[in-house]
Design a protein around this ligand. Structure first.
Ligand code: ZN
Length: 377
């Protein structure tokens, strides 16, 4: 079987033959992809599920016919290439060798699987042929370029264009977890787009339910990020649970905050609510790593589940204790404001289980912070 090999002349006088085997292999696939388990499925919206299903099916795409794709040859210049790349990546993979002079090339470099256009664009950049570099690329193409940049260390050479392409992306910054978010995160990491990186990692902390999917994208920085994100998520969940436990204790104490009736009903409603949502078995753990990293639980679902806990309607008509210490504090705080005088308003406000839970949620979510990309050069 003879296959026509295409030659792309980047530099007609170039001394190096770049051979690309299996060009345009399916991108960002991962045969070991495992979907996250789903605890609290009632708080998982169908559109998020759809997004995850899309991510799984794109990661697990079957690689078909890639072996038959003909090689691409590029004539390039070692003088342009070598100063722009991380030489160790060539040595590591044994992709670079000297060749006999008779075929017209002094060196041969081999690569596999890259997107042909992405590689061509980078070669144009490295050879200073900026007029041939596209003004805009879409997210998928940009990620394909970024993978090659990361692999060979072309960061410095591609930095300017990377920033420009990011600023001209038509797709908005993804607002929920999925393949687009992962590609955009990867691109932001390679071209150091700090703002986007922080926003996207924050979404991952909020929505993820396990280890971050890497889609076989290269880069040690991202692996460290994945660790960090799991830790942040687990810390938040642990914080939620220990705050709720403190609230339980607080409500169980002898009539410190309000009347027996009020506290009993609040505590009962909280316990029943936790049981109904399935959160009653979740422990606040210091060593969550040994206990499975809260697999299946997202901060988002926990927030929604806690927000669903309700007091019975007639709680307001109960006997509340106006002399309890905490009520006085709250009453004192509200005196002098535009709020009506009298304890009824303050009591209702202070005794509301929903508001106590909301303030726990706000306190925990305020701690949520995205991470910064790792500078590579
Ligand atoms: Zn009360």
């Amino acid at each position: 079987m003879t296959i026509e090999t295409a030659l792309i002349e980047i530099d007609p006088n170039g001394d190096t033959l770049l051979i690309l085997h299996n060009p345009d292999e399916p991108f960002a696939v991962d045969s070991s992809f495992e979907p996250w388990p789903t605890a609290l499925p009632q708080y998982w919206t169908p559109d998020k599920q759809q997004e995850e299903d899309r991510l799984a099916s794109s990661a697990l795409r079957v690689l078909t016919n890639v072996e038959d794709a003909p090689d691409i040859h590029m004539r390039i210049s070692s003088q342009q290439l070598l100063p722009n790349m991380r030489y160790s990546s060539l040595l590591r993979t044994n992709q670079w060798r000297e060749t006999k002079a008779e075929n017209g090339y002094s060196y041969t470099m081999t690569a596999k699987g890259w997107d042909k256009d992405a590689l061509t664009i980078l070669m144009h950049i490295i050879h200073g042929q900026t007029q041939k570099v596209p003004h805009m690329v879409d997210l998928e193409k940009l990620a394909k370029i970024a993978v090659i940049v990361e692999e060979y260390g072309f960061h410095r050479a591609a930095h300017f264009f990377g920033k420009a392409w990011i600023s001209r992306l038509e797709q908005p910054l993804p607002s929920s977890f999925g393949r687009k978010l992962l590609l955009r995160l990867f691109v932001s990491g390679v071209f150091i787009d700090e703002d986007a990186y922080e926003k996207l990692t924050k979404i991952i902390i909020y929505e993820s339910r396990g280890w971050m999917h890497m889609l076989d994208l290269p880069g040690t920085g991202d692996i460290a990020t994945s660790d960090e994100l799991v830790t942040s998520r687990c810390k938040l969940i642990s914080g939620f649970i220990s705050s709720i436990n403190s609230l339980k204790e607080q409500l169980g104490e002898e009539e410190k905050e309000c009347s027996f009736e009020c506290l009993s009903m609040s505590l009962g409603a909280l316990m029943k609510g936790l049981k109904a949502t399935g959160l009653d078995n979740l422990q606040s753990q210091v060593d969550w790593e040994e206990n499975g990293n809260y697999d299946g639980f997202s901060v988002m679902a926990i927030e929604k589940a806690l927000s669903d806990i309700r007091m019975p309607e007639y709680h307001q008509s109960l006997h509340h204790d106006p002399n309890s210490s905490l009520d006085k504090t709250v009453a004192a705080e509200t005196t002098g404001s535009t709020k009506p005088e009298g304890s009824h308003f303050t009591l209702k406000r202070n005794c509301s289980l929903e508001m106590k839970i909301q303030s726990i949620i706000q306190m925990q979510l305020a701690k949520m912070e995205g991470t910064k990309p790792w500078p590579v050069f």
